[in-house]
Ligand binder design. Structure first.
Ligand code: NAD
Ligand code: TYD
Length: 356
């Protein structure tokens, strides 16, 4: 029987990679991609599957409760995978409200529509699942040692992570209160193709390729735990099929790196890839630190390894080279999106000249 996926935020970075992953790995599926197409949503990411009969797109705000409800009655949805979100910490520091709206109220709108359509109170949900795509940032910041486990208390610091933690608690509450079939995944920092160049890795690649300054916040020694996006997609696929309802799964592959290591690696690999000696460490510029900047994230992936057999396939050294190559080959994609609002936000954030 055909499985119908509702993928929200499918025109964004991870959502579009997930749709491409599903179409490449499953035959008998139908995917409905629902996306508001904010600055971060880009249908060009999905150009290669536009004419695939298994895929369709609806432009929709997940906060539009009546449109979302109608959608659940129009299609017999088996799996909801909720990627739709405002996702950038710096933007959340400048303008928290939209994060609460989309990340919290949008999630509740989806939960309510699914609950009504799936008749959850009557235990009619069967194999249906609502998977909330969350982040390790809900756990807050680590010291120099230790890792986040699924039992680490939530302690978010930024408006972004606080909105994601709020959504997680509501998802859990729907599971506990209505016996609703929820799953939560909490992943570490992703990188790979189609990431909007406001996040560390694509921003540094794009700036390096244009010989622009590489703005490193604070002392550059904050640590993130990097995961190649395709490995995240595989984890979500596995949690949907084999995860235990009501459980949280942390997703990460022990790839902790300081920000300055990442930036220096990008300089070295970009310079090598296009044979350009002007791409050098002299482009690095230390800039004032992010407010409330979390020092270190690190995931303990034991549960998803042991229970579901998930393990990442792409190590960082390989993944970063593939990612740089992708950005070099897809300069037109970057150029198309780095205009308009992106430019304004960049100038406001870094008080610097525009990038090309
Ligand atoms: P993104 O910003 O690239 O994409 C978000 C998508 O959601 C965009 O296509 C946007 O148009 C859409 N969207 C925003 N508001 C919407 C609304 N109201 N209605 C419908 N669509 C809306 O984000 P991403 O990096 O792909 O992250 C996807 C999800 O994964 C988010 O929930 C994020 O919290 C989570 N996550 C991201 C990372 C990461 O490293 N990027 C790590 C862990 C978890
Ligand atoms: P980011 O990609 O925004 O992800 P998150 O804050 O969700 O982890 O940032 C990753 C790290 O890189 C974070 O410690 C902040 C830092 N950073 C910079 O130093 N300079 C930048 O221009 C950006 C965007 C991030």
């Amino acid at each position: 029987m055909e499985t119908t996926y509702l993928v929200t935020g499918g025109a964004g970075f991870i959502g579009s990679n997930f749709i491409l992953y599903l179409l490449a790995h499953h035959e008998n599926i139908r995917i409905i991609n629902v996306d508001k197409l904010t600055y971060a949503g880009n249908l060009a990411n999905l150009a290669s599957v536009e004419s695939d009969d298994r895929y369709m797109f609806r432009r929709m705000d997940i906060c539009d409760r009546s449109a979302v409800r109608d959608l659940f009655f129009e299609f017999d949805i088996d799996y909801v995978v909720n990627f739709a979100a405002e996702s950038h910490v710096d933007r959340s520091i400048n303008d928290p409200e939209i994060f609460v709206r989309t990340n919290v109220l949008g999630t509740v709108s989806l939960l309510d529509a699914a609950r009504e359509a799936w008749r959850v109170g009557d235990d009619k949900y069967g194999d249906r699942r609502f998977l909330q795509v969350s982040t390790d940032e809900v756990y807050g910041s680590l010291g120099p040692s230790g890792f986040f486990s699924e039992d680490t208390p939530l302690d978010p610091h930024s408006p972004y992570s606080a909105s994601k933690a709020s959504a997680d608690l509501l998802v859990k509450a729907y599971g506990d209160t209505y016996n609703f079939p929820v799953l939560i995944t909490r992943c570490s920092n992703n990188y790979g193709p189609f990431q909007f160049p406001e996040k560390l890795i694509p921003l540094m690649i794009n700036n390096a390729l244009h010989h622009k300054h590489l703005p490193v916040y604070g002392d550059g020694l904050n640590v993130r735990d990097w995961l190649y996006v395709e490995d995240h997609c595989k984890a979500i696929d596995m949690v949907l099929s084999n995860g235990v309802v009501g459980e949280v799964y942390n997703v990460g592959g022990h790839n902790e790196r300081t920000n300055i290591f990442i930036v220096e690696k990008i300089v070295e690999e970009c310079s090598k890839a296009i044979g350009d000696a002007e791409i050098s460490k002299s482009l690095i510029e230390y800039v004032p630190d992010r407010k409330g900047h979390d020092r270190r994230y690190g995931i303990d992936p034991k549960k998803i390894n042991d229970d579901l057999g998930w393990w990442p396939e792409t190590n960082f050294e390989e993944g970063i080279v593939k990612t740089i190559q992708w950005y070099i080959e897809n300069r037109a994609w970057v150029k198309q999106i780095t205009s308009g609002e992106y430019q304004n936000n960049y100038v406001q954030q870094y008080d610097q000249e525009k990038i090309v």
